[in-house]
Write a protein that binds this ligand. Structure first.
Ligand SMILES: [Ca+2]
Length: 232
């Protein structure tokens, strides 16, 4: 491949990579690190829980922190209890991008066991009335269990062109299994981040690449034309 042809291919590739790169923003999440207590100090403000009055299997604990002073812990000793938390009404930016992502840091203590082998993170896309239009779930249990005692960041994303999306909701839930008196046996969550970015839907990459090459040829032809005109 000669240098000129190489540079044209390079232009096409560069254009494709630029077009595919995310141009987006971080969405506003209330109390993303669970630092602020709600009415009940065991629950973080701005987060909702499944039947909180029963003190189900999840709560805000100092020993479950990654950053700051607090984190959210799924109690490994509450056999069969579901721990569920979510935050409603995180507004998306109109025209701010088509890929919505929920990221959270998680840590499985060495002896944590989920009753049905799941720790799920889910993102819901809602319209202005709060109706769920689309949702996606990722089970992070196996990955977290494979690296016990260490924090890792986990993400779940949806690419959607639906113009009615007004809110996104991050949801996390699991069901603990009582592994007896063997500690440590809980699951920690901390540091939620929600983003909205531009992403190219699958299948569009090759079209973009062809367009990028065509653009590179056009620019090259224009530059040659200018050069000939100046030197003639
Ligand atoms: Ca925190």
């Amino acid at each position: 491949m000669n240098r000129q042809r190489g540079s044209i291919w390079g232009c096409g590739l560069l254009f494709t990579m630029t077009a595919m790169s995310a141009l987006g923003s971080v969405l506003h999440v209330e109390n993303p690190g669970f630092e602020t207590a709600g009415a009940d100090s065991e629950y973080a403000a701005n987060w909702d829980y499944y039947e909180p009055e029963l003190h189900m299997g999840i709560g805000r604990q100092w020993w479950a922190k990654r950053t700051g002073d607090w984190g959210l812990a799924l109690y490994g000793w509450n056999a069969g209890d579901y721990g569920t938390a979510w935050q409603n009404d995180i507004a998306v930016n109109g025209g701010g991008g088509n890929r919505y992502t929920f990221s959270i840091w998680g840590l499985a203590e060495e002896n944590f066991v989920s009753a049905d082998h799941f720790v799920n993170i889910k993102i819901e896309l809602k319209n202005s009335s709060g109706t769920v239009l689309e949702e996606e779930t990722v089970n992070i249990y196996a990955a977290a269990k494979a690296d016990p005692g260490n924090w890792n960041q986990y993400s779940v994303s949806i690419i959607s062109e639906n113009p009615d999306i007004a809110f996104v909701t991050p949801v996390l839930w699991s069901q603990a299994y009582d592994s007896g008196d063997v500690d440590p046996r809980s699951f920690y969550f901390d540091d939620v981040e929600m983003t909205q970015e531009w992403a190219v839907p699958e299948g569009s990459t090759s079209l973009l690449f062809i367009f990028g090459i065509a653009l590179a040829f056009l620019l090259r032809g224009s530059a040659l034309h200018d050069f000939r005109r100046k030197t003639s």
